[in-house]
Design a binder for this molecule. Structure first.
Ligand code: CA2
Length: 147
């Protein structure tokens, strides 16, 4: 069975508790349960992690190599700033699907730039929590094709 990682970055532990007009009412636990169930239905083991710390996210990307076939990554605000996450993805050469709940291109201009996009296989944004399942499907298809 193939195995993928869903990795969430800073403040996403607050999902469903504040700013529901932007991020929806679904909690991070709900999202993670949905991802695991979605993976099960597609014969893929899904493991979920979240951290508010940039270095911990870098560590999680490094550790994913050899354990997971790919990563669905919502790097939160680090998306727009983190050369460290960009370099971590480059160094592992793992397939990463960038995911955002909101449409970052329809928001403030500082959210339009992504440090992840140039090293991701693709990006899904603007579909709320359901985007995680779309990102998983994209990653699972990509990993299957790469075999
Ligand atoms: O839309 C996304 O998924 C984002 O990655 C979310 C980040 C934001 O900085 C990115 O530009 C786009 C912010 C996550 C904050 O999540 C919260 C959830 C509930 C309440 C407050 C923050």
């Amino acid at each position: 069975m193939s195995s993928v990682l869903v990795l969430n970055g800073p403040n996403l532990n607050l999902l469903g508790t504040r700013q529901p007009e932007i991020y929806g009412h679904t909690t991070l636990s709900d999202v993670e349960a949905m991802c695991v169930a979605h993976g099960e239905a597609r014969g893929t083991l899904v493991t979920c992690r979240q951290s508010n710390h940039e270095g911990a996210l870098v560590d999680a990307i490094h550790a994913a190599k050899g354990t997971f076939a790919g990563i669905v990554l919502n790097a939160g605000a680090y998306t727009h700033t983190s050369i460290a996450l960009h370099d971590a993805i480059l160094s592992t050469e793992m397939p990463v699907v960038e995911l955002h709940l909101s449409n970052i291109h329809a928001r403030e201009t500082f959210r339009h730039k992504s440090m992840i996009a140039p090293v991701a296989i693709g990006m899904i944004c603007g579909f709320g929590a359901i985007g995680y399942t779309l990102a998983l499907d994209a990653l699972i298809a990509h990993v299957g094709e790469a075999k």
